[in-house]
Design a protein around this ligand. Structure first.
Ligand code: NAD
Length: 395
């Protein structure tokens, strides 16, 4: 079939298998162009490995560090005449490329929050790799079925305490408008913490530790975001921010556990705001990203997921001089986003943006092309007019 983008709000309901493969190859090429990463972990488990920061982590670990990787993800498989979600195709493309390069790669499609999937991964580690040196925890999910209670918790993206009004952009239609978001209830805050907080990360590490499949000195990293004041009501001080505070709590608890296991550690990496499936669902944030891209591209400091993850691995995680931590013990690869000159420019542009000047004042064009790329559209060298087989089996 001929596969074209079909955008519905902040989601594209189609994905292009060859386009996704070309996107993955772009990321692999970038990592290879940087040369090998020394002292890299050789057996890596990535939870949330098919898209965004998790996929970029897996590619960096494999093609920069020469690691054997296990990837856990939740995607809609392809069917006869119906494309899969893009992470399905990304994982197939990654696995093909890794195996062609002589690297072990194994995939686990299912619910990372479940006890059953953790068990499957542990059995596979025992059978194939023995132990794991690094666990990357990069889940972004709208819901979680709790493995103990069976209750389904849904996360929300809302402010806390008071309604929040700010500008937002409909990225598809290019319309800037004002949005008011009502504050979350106590139950919604608790649910968001249950879905996006640190409990499941702790459950993964506990299960791996109990099964004795964590190598001495094993490390773990999870990702967070802080961003500028203009987004705080909806992010840092909102429901998702409360979940990220809980992730930081979990990092300390996990770190203490890993420290006792041959001086390992766990930490949070605060990453840059980027176009991913998850960030596009947050009100206000896409407008901030479109402004940020414009400023950072003009300064020559713009990075995507793969540049960010390469910097995390080469500059911190595997740095022979050690990682650099902020006062709260976090790695800050959002440093280039947060420099005062960039944020001063955001503050200057933000109030002036309208529907009429959106193209000129922001990088909305860059935002849109990045968004389409997530689904495998707009990649050089891919013939989008050609007949394409959407049904591709997982490897
Ligand atoms: P993403 O939407 O691109 O990817 C999410 C991944 O989680 C996918 O691989 C998906 O398959 C997997 N997943 C979701 N539910 C699952 C489940 N139940 N079981 C197994 N896998 C599941 O997300 P992202 O933007 O890369 O976010 C990853 C992490 O990085 C999140 O913690 C996010 O808060 C953080 N982060 C994102 C940004 C940003 O701007 N995008 C910035 C800083 C930090």
């Amino acid at each position: 079939m001929i596969i074209k983008p079909k955008i519905r709000g902040f989601i594209c309901v189609t994905a292009h298998p060859e386009g996704c493969a070309a996107h993955v190859q772009e990321w692999i090429n970038y990592v290879k162009s940087k040369g090998p990463i020394t002292q890299a972990p050789k057996r890596v488990l990535v939870v949330g490995a098919s898209m965004g920061y998790g996929l970029a982590s897996r590619i960096t670990a494999a093609f920069g560090g020469g690691a054997a990787t296990m990837g856990v993800f939740f995607e809609r498989p392809s069917e006869e005449g119906r494309p899969a979600t893009p992470g399905w195709y990304n994982s197939i493309a990654f696995t093909k490329a890794a195996r062609a390069a002589g690297l072990y790669a194994r995939n686990f499609m299912g619910d990372a929050f479940s006890a059953d999937l953790k068990k499957q991964v542990i059995e596979a580690i025992k059978a194939d790799l023995g132990q794991i040196d690094l666990v990357v925890y990069s889940l972004a999910s709208p819901r979680r079925t709790h493995p103990v209670t069976g209750a389904v918790h849904k996360s929300v993206l809302k402010p806390i305490g008071a309604p929040y009004t700010n500008k937002t952009v409909d990225t598809d239609r290019g319309v800037v408008s004002e949005v008011t978001i009502e504050p979350a209830t106590e139950a919604e805050i608790a649910d968001t913490v249950t879905v996006m907080g640190g409990e499941d990360w702790e459950m993964w590490i506990q299960a791996l530790a109990d099964a004795k499949v964590l190598a001495p000195g094993a490390q773990s990293v999870a990702y967070s975001y802080i961003g500028p004041e203009v987004t705080w009501a909806i992010y840092k001080n909102g429901t998702i921010g409360m979940a990220k505070n809980d992730l930081e709590r979990a990092a300390k608890a996990i770190s203490a556990k890993l420290q006792a296991n041959g001086r390992g550690r766990a930490f949070i990496s605060v990453n840059k705001a980027l176009v991913t499936q998850s960030s596009s669902a947050i009100p206000v944030v896409p407008l901030y990203i479109a402004i940020l891209y414009k400023i950072m591209k003009a300064r020559g400091t713009h990075e995507g997921c793969i540049e960010q993850m390469h910097r995390l691995f080469a500059g911190h995680l595997c740095n022979p001089q050690g990682a650099k931590f902020d006062e709260a013990g976090r790695v800050r690869i959002d440093d280039l986003e947060m420099v005062p000159a960039v944020q001063d420019a955001v503050r200057r542009i933000w109030p002036a943006v309208t529907t009429e000047n959106l193209e000129a004042e922001t990088d909305i064009a860059g935002y849109r092309s990045e968004f389409l790329k997530l689904f495998g559209f707009g990649l050089a060298g891919v013939n989008y007019e050609a007949d394409t087989e959407p049904h591709v089996p997982m490897l």
